[in-house]
Design a protein around this ligand. Structure first.
Ligand code: HEC
Ligand code: HEC
Length: 347
């Protein structure tokens, strides 16, 4: 990191950079309305209704009310914590997506059902319904489709839907609970629907920054406001914007400088290339949401960085060609911490 910062000056203020920022803003603008929640028309309507006096900002507050069926949320929650979804009943979704750890696991890499390491950092499930695609490389489009991933992954849960349905069908209490909510009872589609509904309830409203956006000028301090101004003026906001402060555009990790120069490149580092096979998609990732980011260290798809300070410096250098230090870094980090919202009770 120290070495990389010393390389910074030569790239700073390159006209190329501003071209990228402009393109990113255009792409971002085009995709802001997309998300699997807004496709239902529900949360989107709430979000529009709650945009307050600072509606011209590139970041929008989260809705404070999410219209989801509470009975489905409760069923989905049960399954989210149910280890029978894994081959040997060893891990549940919550083993890797822990609400006490910001919906992630606090580790560089998680271990799956048989103890094997998963070579990509666990992202949060909080607010993930707002991301138009799921996973670091965006390979799933809906939460329902995403669930096939962990359940059937050789390393994560190592199971099959046949096995899961077989085990859960023997549980009379659970089968009865499903019949009470779904007319066709316990099916794979209903399992996915319940889990996805629970995940849609995992919105984290009332972050101090959202209160500021709604017009409460005292909700954030002068330093935090200065951090937000830097976040905008440096160009972070070109990629991290919208309701989820990210999550809605794909961008290369290493726009200005080569992030992978000094290390071995693994298949997971190829990002979106693994989905599209297009040369220009190498190292392209879905820009992560920065909501609740103070809770979800370590950072980046490779889990390589333990502190927000370091993550911010790496971003400024590799994405924007800016060497930032001390005061600027701490102000941006202070701003990022205002994005922590409330995790719904009982999640
Ligand atoms: C062993 C750890 C582990 C388990 C168990 C696990 N996950 Fe994940 N989850 C991950 C990792 C790692 C990723 C990122 C994988 C990738 O991008 O390639 C992920 C990604 C996700 C995402 C995408 C978030 C986003 O915004 O892109 C969602 C949603 C999710 N998991 C939900 C679940 C659900 C639901 C279950 C249970 C059925 C589950 N996970 C089980 C580790 C786990
Ligand atoms: C050109 C687009 C772009 C710009 C500009 C940008 N980022 Fe990022 N940011 C990304 C991408 C892509 C990632 C994911 C990198 C990875 O892990 O592969 C990311 C990751 C992050 C992370 C880690 C999140 C996590 O959960 O792991 C933080 C923190 C962050 N950015 C903050 C910033 C800040 C602060 C700035 C401005 C100094 C900034 N970013 C500028 C695209 C961008």
């Amino acid at each position: 990191m120290v070495q990389s910062i010393s390389r910074i000056r030569s790239f700073a203020r390159s006209p190329f950079l501003w071209g990228i920022v402009a393109v990113a803003l255009m792409v971002a603008g085009g995709q802001l309305a997309l998300s699997d929640v807004s496709n239902t028309g529900q949360v989107a309507a709430t979000a529009v209704a709650t945009v307050g006096p600072r509606a011209d900002e590139p970041i929008l507050p989260l809705p404070t009310v999410v219209p989801v069926d509470p009975a489905k949320v409760r069923l989905g929650r049960r399954l989210f914590y149910d280890r029978r979804l894994s081959r040997n009943d060893s891990v549940s979704c919550a083993s890797c997506h822990d609400m006490a750890k910001g919906g992630a696991d606090g580790r560089k890499f998680a271990r799956g059902w048989n103890g094997a390491l998963i070579e990509i950092n666990t992202p949060t499930v909080l607010n993930s319904s707002l991301n138009p695609t799921k996973f670091w490389d965006g390979r799933a489009r809906t939460l329902e489709a995403q669930i096939d991933g962990p359940v059937q992954s050789r390393v994560e849960m190592g199971s099959t839907w046949e096995q899961v349905l077989g085990k859960l069908s023997k549980d009379d209490v659970l089968a009865k609970a499903f019949r009470a909510v779904y007319h066709d009872g316990l099916t794979v589609a209903n399992i996915k629907d319940a889990i996805a509904t629970f995940e849609r309830s995992l919105i984290t409203p009332n972050a101090r920054f959202d209160r500021y956006l709604r017009g409460d000028d005292t909700a954030i301090t002068a330093d935090e406001k200065a951090g937000y101004q830097l976040f905008k003026s440096l160009g972070c906001v070109a990629c991290h914007q919208g309701r989820n402060v990210g999550g809605n555009v794909f961008q290369k990790f290493g726009v200005i400088d080569d992030y992978y120069r000094d290390r071995v490149v693994l298949s997971k580092d190829m990002g979106r290339y693994n989905v599209t096979g297009r040369y220009e998609d190498r190292h392209v990732f879905r820009v992560p949401s920065l909501r609740n980011v103070e809770l979800t260290a370590p950072y980046f798809h490779d889990g390589s960085v333990g502190t927000l300070e370091e993550a911010v410096q790496i971003m400024a250098w590799y994405q924007l060609g800016q060497a930032i230090e001390g005061d600027q870094v701490s102000k941006i980090v202070a701003f990022l911490k205002t994005l922590t919202g409330s995790i719904p009770e009982g999640s």
